[in-house]
Design a protein around this ligand. Structure first.
Ligand SMILES: [Zn+2]
Length: 419
């Protein structure tokens, strides 16, 4: 038995947490004691939106490297988006991802199945087959399920198994060639990405979710307009949840003026007013969860010309620190509220029973230990991902994940506290 001594559990009080056989138990006096004074304990985080690029060429990320990044970020489970090579649109590929994740053993890799064959948006994929290997979330992320007839057929299938469709809301016909937020498009001389291209899809999806009785999750909400749509849908009782990324909470569209493709992402970074709106919605619960949208890209695809560069940013290792800096240090959210948005709510969304549970006797020992006063700077080359495309290069963050446990196994231990 191991006892973690002096943990501040959810910032609500200091106590010891004893672990035996991967489960939290009552201490019995025979234990190894580990000094955890000064650390805050959260249930291990759950990411509803990760790109692990596996299967794939292995030039930006693999399940192994991504699992290490996740453990370093305090995650116990990550939901892997299906825009892999090949696309995860079959039971076999989804089963491979789960199995490979278990082999690596650092984080539970939860496959998200593609909604349509090849994520091409035309033909609904083998939803029932993927459900048979345990898949409960479906998405064409990277692309939008744009055709309403395909969306209808997919929702009817997913409703039967009690699953959820996670939508990358982007009307493709309104975003042809879009490079940056519409608000800065003229200043940088690139084509703009209008807010309505996101909000119109979320509004349609909310109506279809209610009508067809299937949960829809809006990925990476980025505008004030979409926040208003989600607020309306929830006020109607529609089965809709919403996600925000750390970068849409932290960064705004002025970064595009630098021309540095590290800030190129889909959806784009938005105006200061949009950032304020998503922050407020995150605090008041209109936005349910943080999804990292961790999107590794090989270095050569993130350098040079903005228009040629890939869209996306790393996020797993910095997510909690970004959220803590913005919301805990400012007194806008408690650690318990952060745990709800980064662990419990995403676990419910993805249907993961063992994750996001209160830290109490009988629960699996899935823990994220945070030093709330540990200042550090992030550098892409020091992150566990094969890719290095962090938007926080050299940025100082003021709290840090120092250890992660998955069913009692120490998957990350920054200070060798457990050795
Ligand atoms: Zn997306």
């Amino acid at each position: 038995m191991t006892v973690l001594v002096g943990l501040d559990v959810l910032g609500q009080g200091v106590r010891d947490v004893a672990i035996r056989d991967g489960v939290i138990v009552e201490p019995d006096g025979t234990e190894t004691r580990v000094d955890c004074r000064g650390l805050v304990a959260l249930p291990a985080l759950v990411d509803p939106h990760t790109h692990l690029r596996d299967p794939g060429p292995g030039t930006a990320e693999t399940i192994e490297s991504g699992s290490r990044a996740a453990a370093r970020g305090g995650y116990g489970a990550v939901c892997a988006m299906p825009n892999t090579v090949p696309v995860a649109d079959t039971p076999e590929i989804c089963a491979y991802e789960r199995r490979r994740g278990a082999e690596v053993g650092l984080v539970d890799v939860v496959p998200i199945g593609a909604v349509t064959v090849g994520e091409e948006g035309l033909e609904v994929a083998d939803i029932a087959g993927m459900a048979a290997v345990g898949v409960r979330m479906f998405s064409d992320d990277g692309r939008c399920v744009a055709r309403s007839d395909v969306m209808r057929d997919a929702l009817l299938e997913i409703a039967k198994l009690g699953g959820v469709l996670a939508q990358h809301a982007q009307d493709p016909l309104l975003t042809v060639g879009a490079q940056v937020d519409a608000g800065v498009a003229d200043r940088v001389g690139l084509s703009g990405w209008p807010a309505m291209a996101e909000a119109a899809i979320v509004a349609r999806d909310a109506i279809m979710a209610a009508e067809l009785g299937c949960r829809v999750h809006a990925c990476h909400v980025s505008t004030a307009q979409t926040v208003a749509v989600v607020r309306w849908a929830k006020s109607q009782g529609y089965p809709v949840t919403a996600e925000v990324t750390p970068h849409h909470l932290m960064l705004d569209s002025s970064t595009a003026l630098t021309g540095d493709a590290a800030y190129k992402v889909n959806p784009p970074l938005r105006s200061v007013e949009d950032v304020e709106a998503v922050r407020d919605a995150f605090v008041d619960g209109t936005i349910d969860v943080v999804g990292t949208d961790h999107a590794p890209h090989a270095p050569e695809t993130k350098r040079g010309d903005w228009c040629e560069a890939s869209m996306g940013m790393l996020g797993l290792e910095t997510a909690l620190a970004v959220v803590a800096d913005l919301f805990v240090r400012t007194g806008r959210l408690s650690w318990a509220e952060v745990a709800e948005r980064m662990s419990s709510a995403p676990a419910r969304l993805a249907g993961l029973d063992g994750h996001g549970r209160p830290i109490e006797v009988g629960a699996p020992a899935n823990l994220c230990l945070v030093d709330p006063h540990r200042t550090w700077r992030t550098y892409g080359r020091e992150l566990a991902s094969i890719a290095e495309n962090t938007p926080y290069e050299g940025v100082e963050l003021s709290s840090r994940v120092v250890a992660t446990l998955l069913r009692g196994k120490v998957t990350f231990d920054l200070d060798d506290r457990f050795s």
